[in-house]
Design a protein around this ligand. Sequence first.
Ligand code: GLA
Length: 727
Amino acid sequence: MTLRFSDDGKVAHLTNGSVSYVIEVVLGRYLAHRYFGPAIRHWDGTGVVPPRKRGFALELIGGTVGEYCDDFPAECPVPDVGDYRLPQLVVRGSKLGVTHCEPAFESWEELPEKPELCGLPSTRAAAGEATTLHVTLLDAELGVRVHLLYTLFDGQDVMARSMRVENCGTQELEVLDAQSLSLELPAKGYDVLTLYGRHECEANISRVPIRHGIQTSESTEGLSSPQHHPFMALLDPDATVDAGEVVAVHLFYSGSHVERCEQDEYGNVRLQAGINPRTFSWRLAPGSSFQTPEAILCHSDEGLSGMAQAFHWLYREHLMPARWAHRQRPVLFNSWEAMYYDTTYDKIEAQAKLAASMGAELYALDDGWFRWDASSNTAMGDWTCNPRKFPGGIDSVEQLVHGLGMRFGLWFEPEVISRRSHLFERHPDWALQVPGYEARVGRHTYLLDMGRPDVQDYLIETLDCWLAGHAIDYVKWDMNRTMSDSFSAMLPPERQGELQHRHILGTYRVLREVTRRHPDVLFEGCSSGGGRFDPGILAYVGQNWTSDNTDAADRTRIQWGYGLLYPPVAMGAHVSIVPNHQTGRTISLDTRFQVARQLNLGYELDVTKLTDEERDEIADQIAAYKADRAWMAEADLRLLATPNDNYVMWESVAPDRSRAMVMVFQRERSVLDAQGRFQLRGLDEASDYRIEETGQVAGGDTLARVGICVPLMQDDYEAVTYHLLRV
Ligand code: GLA
């Protein structure tokens, strides 16, 4: 891995031998983007658009005729300087009250290690695992120094980017927009791929051609949201699952965000990601700094699957808590769909005993244990066990579950407060609400003002007390409320624009502190399913609940969408009852298992209502899951191209390529059955593999090039799993 500066000091070239990133100082002041893509040996300037004379454009200061501002490939674009495209940074000075800012190149250096970003989640890298370029730009008149960080990792085509804005002058500044990165891409056609959705329907793929103008994907909800995942990819229009060029950005942020691209009148494209400026502003006193979240840039020459591989690798090796990134997960039974809010000791006892007899290893008591009744109306924020439901307290459940040889888990939703709670009686000002207006409720709750240090301290101490004082092995950390009524009693009027970001910083502090104090507890992030599933959260938790939709057919699509970004070990999937509670669909127990076993397996159903045969089948499923679990926890997920949309295919390959597991899911029994082939990926092409279910032996090269036929399946919503073993 190298960072090279040209002899004349004008060009910086960061490369890991696989990908290159090149920037150049132009006319002694402008920082130009030159290249991001497959590695080159050196930058020779052949890609620089030559000066050409045209009307109606402003010239670069100090440039020659024909060098203009409006198509200059700015590495850190700002407004009001003749570049009318999306800015990365908008700052207003208090002296003049204008947003004119001209950060000019000041310096660059290689950093010995990757710096942590103050208060924000970011990738980690030990010495030798990454190279970081630190560039500073300075507007001495305004008193703004911009710090740009570029970290290239050894091994994959991913780069971490972020920006810090420092007030190095004497006047107060207001940051109105600070994107984590801005990337210039050459003029050509692209498709724009984003993930959109809603509750119970996360991670759908939107792929549309780029057009002139701006295309955005954004959340203003105060959370990353299922509506618009903080991710955007620009693809070659011909790119497929396993071929073609993809440039993608994924933002490490759990609050309101924006990903946007703009194609200008010449066809050039600018791609950005960052905090959403629609719900953000930040006052910057002299001497202080504003740090943006980190964003990851990825370049793939192998289509979406290549992109997925790069993200999976990065998140496992450099983002997720290290102790969970490769660790086998216990088979989980969860009380939610079994009894919803109506939890009692007796019910849990009946469930837990049966779960243990089937091979469960972790029993999680979900919502309900602290509620005043069997509804969602009360008690969020108090976090005291209801003694009418659990006369022996949580200790009795914990002892019961541990006595059955399982680990014990408990559900919390720390960031909200019920209108009917003791906490709200004591601290009504801890809830977000605008004076003079009635605040909205969502599931009878308000959002806590997470930017307040006293609220953060209360949550840290409350959760710490629970985890230190009880033998809790797993916590489901839920968050089911979008942001509204945004006023903080702690902030002066001129700082209310900071509320959303302070809220997220406060949430991160609580998450960071609680997970740091209890590293052995497995935390599962959740937000009405995948409502706040983002890399920011993944920096603290071992896994995330993928969706409240447990229907196996819908799950194949949702899991595929998230599989573009997250490794299976970071996601949970549960087998639930039929007819399914979300869709009403009935799918066989076998298919429900085939789909759930691809991720961290759980069961979420009333086991007392199952027949003996069903319980036996589940016991067999759990045994089969455990047989594969050790290598599956390390496996690489390979997204496979399908012959048509009737099928979803999912392949996991052991790191040493000695084995693989392939699931083929069929939506409908159709006349297309078995008319298609699919090719496997990631196998050792020089070896032969036996498909255990069919006994067939085939070469890794044959499986990769010829592929195998779609298996014949008799019913709608059927799945077949193949185990491949190197012979
Ligand atoms: C959210 C979660 C569910 C469950 C409920 C409990 O909806 O996504 O899994 O925990 O909250 O209220």
